[in-house]
Design a protein around this ligand. Structure first.
Ligand code: GDP
Ligand code: MG
Length: 163
């Protein structure tokens, strides 16, 4: 089958916006309120001549981390198990939160390739804000703005290199 890329992270960091940006879909539900995207969404994305299967997760939005990460039934955890590459998204504007740290610890144990994506990194201050995510111990943050389309070409290059 197609290589699978899973977008994961805490609520409201811009996962669905990134999914739409990468797949080119205009109809997926994005809203200001966390947790609006109830079901995981799948779509195909073409990057550097490769077609990949993208999965936008939402299950992490449903429960507190301590209950969520212990539960194998979580749809996000199941999606991560299927992933060739996980895009772990954080919000460069909000900074790193305890939920981000908790998820990073869990993710490091999953034995998956992880690309750390610092979203909402648009504009002058964006690159500096993205660097805070270094503290998660998941490598060099890739600063992007899913909403404004900044850094997306570089992200695609990194995804294809990780496949
Ligand atoms: P999700 O809960 O992680 O799926 O996040 P959403 O994609 O629903 O986005 C949550 C909010 O962040 C929405 O109001 C988006 O418009 C906003 N957002 C998403 N990407 C960006 C970005 O690159 N920059 C800024 N400033 N806001 C963004
Ligand atoms: Mg969403």
């Amino acid at each position: 089958g197609l290589p699978t890329v899973v977008i994961a992270g805490r609520p409201n960091v811009g996962k669905s916006t990134l999914f739409n940006r990468l797949t080119g879909r205009r109809n997926a539900l994005v809203a200001d309120m966390p947790g609006v995207t109830r079901d995981r969404k799948e779509g195909e994305a073409l990057m550097r001549g490769r077609t990949v299967r993208m999965i936008d997760t939402a299950g992490l939005e449903e429960a507190a981390p301590e209950t969520l990460f212990g539960r194998m039934g979580s749809s996000s955890a199941l999606a991560v198990e299927q992933a060739d590459v996980v895009l772990f998204c954080v919000d460069a504007r909000a900074g790193i939160t305890p939920a981000d740290k908790h998820f990073a610890v869990w993710l490091r144990r999953q034995n998956r390739k992880v690309l750390l994506v610092a979203n909402k990194a648009e504009g002058k201050s964006g690159a500096a804000a993205a660097m805070e995510a270094f503290s998660l111990g998941l490598g060099t943050p890739i600063g992007v703005s899913a909403e404004h389309g900044e850094g997306i070409a570089d992200l695609m290059t990194e995804i294809v290199a990780a496949l």
